[in-house]
Design a binder for this molecule. Structure first.
Ligand code: SF4
Ligand code: F3S
Ligand code: FES
Length: 258
């Protein structure tokens, strides 16, 4: 087994501020960045805060920024770096720091709660739901999400613009709206909920200018922009400019104010 000493610059601090500290840590063959962080805790910095659970790219906990790029610590191999380079590890930039590499990602849970859940159809008995395979495949891609929030962290709409956070759900949750809007069994539309309208007016779809940075950092390889955000934008536009929809909106409905 070969080993070498690698140089790291790791952000240490808390909500009151902090700075980058230099460390030299031994690296073994086949290791990932999280292994190095654990060795650092074991040998030099026992109080270094880092969040992790599965070490297998499935829990979404170990999100941080490596050389400024949002990544999972447990899925980033040391072999992708030149042994002579200094590797920086910093907390997710779009969220408030709690301590060291741990950030407060509760923004995402707030946004998740703002999206009304799937409504099962009440005219189909449970167990008798049927969908075309093409519809299953489309939402299954979005279901691979591990909620690491790397896409949320990288999107420029909130990354450098804290002021946009109240109005913008971010790619992960706009993808959720898109998934529900394309779900053929979602009965929310029969209750009067128009997910296309809420995407635009409540979840900030219009802020997205399809830069695709979210797709580039997604560790699950979900094509967030091409398969969720762009189709959702197209459906919003179709609905807005469809002459039949326009005409329908002008016809007064019984029991509704005109
Ligand atoms: Fe992470 Fe991808 Fe889910 Fe975004 S869509 S939270 S990047 S797994
Ligand atoms: Fe942001 Fe992704 Fe749109 S990075 S701007 S949500 S394509
Ligand atoms: Fe679970 Fe990295 S520790 S995704």
């Amino acid at each position: 087994m070969s080993t070498y000493d690698a140089r790291f610059r790791i952000w240490r601090g808390d909500s009151d501020g902090g700075d980058l500290r230099d460390f030299t840590v031994e690296v073994h063959d086949g290791e990932v960045v999280l292994d190095i962080v654990h060795r650092l805790q074991a040998t030099q910095a026992p109080d270094l805060a880092v969040r992790w659970n599965c070490k297998a790219g499935k829990c979404g906990s170990c999100s941080a920024e490596i050389n400024g790029r949002p990544r999972l610590l447990c899925m980033t191999r040391m072999s992708v770096f030149d042994p002579s380079e200094t590797i920086s590890i910093t907390p997710l930039r779009a969220f408030p720091v709690i301590r060291d590499l741990v950030t407060d990602v509760s923004f995402n849970y707030t946004k998740a709660r703002e999206i009304p859940a799937f409504v099962p159809p009440n005219d189909v008995p449970a167990g008798a739901y049927r969908m075309h395979q093409v519809d299953v495949d489309r939402s299954q891609e979005f279901r691979k999400c591990i909620e690491c929030f790397l896409c949320q962290d990288t999107c420029h709409v909130v990354r450098d613009h804290e002021e946009n956070k109240p109005a913008f759900a971010g790619p992960r949750f706009l993808m959720r709206v898109a998934e529900l809007d394309m779900h053929p069994l979602d009965a929310a539309r029969q209750t009067g909920l128009d997910r296309k309208r809420t995407a635009q007016e409540e979840h900030g779809l219009g802020y997205c200018n399809i830069t695709k940075c979210c797709t580039e950092v997604c560790p699950e390889g979900i094509r967030i922009t091409d398969n969720a955000l762009i189709p959702l934008k197209e459906r919003v536009v179709d609905r807005k400019y469809d002459p039949l929809v326009w005409l329908g909106s002008k016809i007064p409905r019984r029991g509704k104010p005109t």
